[in-house]
Design a binder for this molecule. Structure first.
Ligand code: SF4
Ligand code: SF4
Length: 496
């Protein structure tokens, strides 16, 4: 029996009656039924309790008549029992279930990117003007050839060190998935299928796809592996380290089911571990199997969550024969994750990059693998800092979805996304035009790439590969000794 919510609403929807022209667009487009129309009384009203503040109605209202306010805390402030804790407990008292959420960790942990500053040339080692001089952002992913090696898997070039991270068809709409595929091809970078396979009508973009093999093995077959450019074994995801995935049956529509090779309407459950991987030796066996299946033509990436011993794990992955190691930090997004896991498990990507890069260098194997960082890249400056810390390239996902219209309401797991992104409902998903979506994503890559060139030029560097792991170009602000040591950077004000 549904229980009455004992908590006050989080948001208030305010409609300016003088401006409103009663077009009803907000009623039609609110994915969460917060906007209502009473035809009998010809009256518009809002159910504040349903509002998730996705901002769809505000953005599409032709009259600019809508505003959504976050309600000021109506509860007595308590530094220990925060509003979040109270709301969560109340929700669980009502439902008896695990708290679910979408997108990345929203807790106020330190953002190390915001405590790192970049260098610039002055007088000596003059800066480079990227408008007048060539500036190389092309990056090559994969294992560098070893002298005397019999087989050599080709390196994969990408035009910019930014790729689209794993987002599966099923967790996002076909329109969103197609937007990512098109933009990746047009910009000559990569998108990532996630664990849901590659829809048949998008094989024309496969040359720019990282095709994932996850624990559920959804959509994995020989043609899929051979069509992609890179094969990625997904061990972990930053938003939910150590646990599996669950795509509810309502999202398994006929085309999603066909792509995943599972029955329509059944829950898609990915187990927490791969049932054939319990050691580095087992991982080595799967890497070998995938390389055999693709005739050594596809670099194999292994993606893990950034966890406490990530450096040792990465060392094992490199030694197991992976060509690329992808590390996903605790700010990484998700279509659905238990809130407690998302918010309390894992470590920041900045510390993980520094630790992994240093460990691989210390062991003399850094050049054998490419290191791709994911989980919380909000700007081109974050990308440059990640590369200076030791990454070869980065994956972006949340930023890409924001470019497509996402307003970070964190309700992806409901399947009701008003922006047509995290939904399989055709009425909602057709709001996203893949051509326009691809253009917006392309623009984002273009803007960030220009900015990266400017930052590189300012440092007197003309190629992104020269910045990789060059931590002398970073300085910390407001960091303690341990943090500086882990990041391998000096404090601002210290000389070279
Ligand atoms: S979209 Fe704007 S103008 Fe149209 S009904 Fe809603 S509030 Fe009124
Ligand atoms: S994808 Fe949609 S549901 Fe998910 S956070 Fe963005 S706007 Fe909300």
């Amino acid at each position: 029996m549904p229980t009455l919510s004992l908590m006050p609403t989080e948001f208030t929807v305010v409609r300016n009656e003088e401006k409103c022209i009663k077009c009803l667009a907000c009623v039609r487009q609110c994915g969460f039924e917060a906007q209502q129309y009473d035809a009998e009384d010809d009256r518009l009203y809002a159910i504040d309790a349903n509002c998730v503040n996705c901002q769809r109605c505000v953005s599409i209202c032709p009259a600019g008549a809508l505003t959504i306010y976050k309600n000021p805390p109506p509860l007595r402030p308590h530094a220990f029992w925060t509003e979040n804790h109270l709301r969560n407990i109340a929700k669980q008292a009502e439902t008896g279930g695990v708290l679910l959420t979408g997108m990345g960790n929203d807790q106020p942990f330190p953002a190390y990117f915001d405590r790192l500053l970049l260098n610039a040339s002055q007088v000596t080692n003059p800066s480079i003007d990227p408008l007048r001089e060539p500036m190389e952002l092309r990056t090559y992913l994969g294992r560098r050839p070893e002298p005397g090696a019999k087989t050599r898997t080709p390196l994969v070039p990408i035009a910019t060190p930014i790729m689209f991270s794993a987002m599966s068809y099923g967790s996002i709409s076909h329109e969103a998935f197609a937007s990512l595929a098109r933009a990746a091809k047009e910009f000559d970078t990569m998108f990532n299928t996630g664990e849901g396979g590659l829809p048949g009508d998008l094989y024309e973009y496969a040359d720019h796809a990282v095709v994932q093999v996850a624990s559920g093995r959804f959509g994995v077959h020989a043609d899929y592996l051979n069509a992609g450019r890179i094969v990625e074994i997904k061990i972990g995801q930053g938003a939910k380290p150590g646990i599996g995935g669950h795509l509810p049956g309502e999202k398994i529509t006929a085309p999603v089911a066909a792509t995943r090779m599972i029955p329509e309407g059944t829950d898609a459950l990915s187990p927490a571990p791969h049932h054939d991987i319990y050691s580095i030796e087992d991982l080595k066996q799967l890497i070998f199997t995938l390389k055999e299946a693709t005739r050594y033509q596809k670099p194999v990436s292994v993606k893990v969550s950034a966890v406490h011993n990530v450096a040792a794990i990465a060392s094992g992955i490199a030694r197991a024969g992976a060509d690329i190691i992808a590390i996903d930090g605790f700010r990484g997004g998700t279509g659905a994750a238990p809130t407690m896991i998302r918010d309390h498990v894992g470590i920041p990507i900045e510390l993980a990059i520094a630790a992994v890069d240093q460990r691989l260098r210390d062991e003399g194997i850094r050049n054998q693998v490419s290191l791709v960082a994911a989980g919380g890249f909000r700007s081109s400056a974050d990308v440059v800092k990640a590369i200076a810390l030791g990454a070869d390239a980065v994956y972006i996902a949340t930023a890409a979805l924001i470019a497509l219209g996402c307003h970070l309401c964190q309700k992806c797991y409901t399947g009701k996304c008003s922006w047509g992104i995290a939904t399989q409902d055709p009425y909602r998903s057709r709001r996203l035009n893949p051509e326009i979506g691809a253009e917006r994503l392309y623009n984002l890559l273009r803007g960030w790439s220009h900015e990266i060139k400017e930052m590189l030029g300012g440092m007197g560097i003309n190629s992104i590969e020269s910045l990789r792991g060059n931590r002398l170009h970073l300085r910390g602000v407001g960091l303690n000794e341990v943090e500086l040591k882990l990041l391998g950077v000096k404090h601002a004000g210290e000389a070279m």
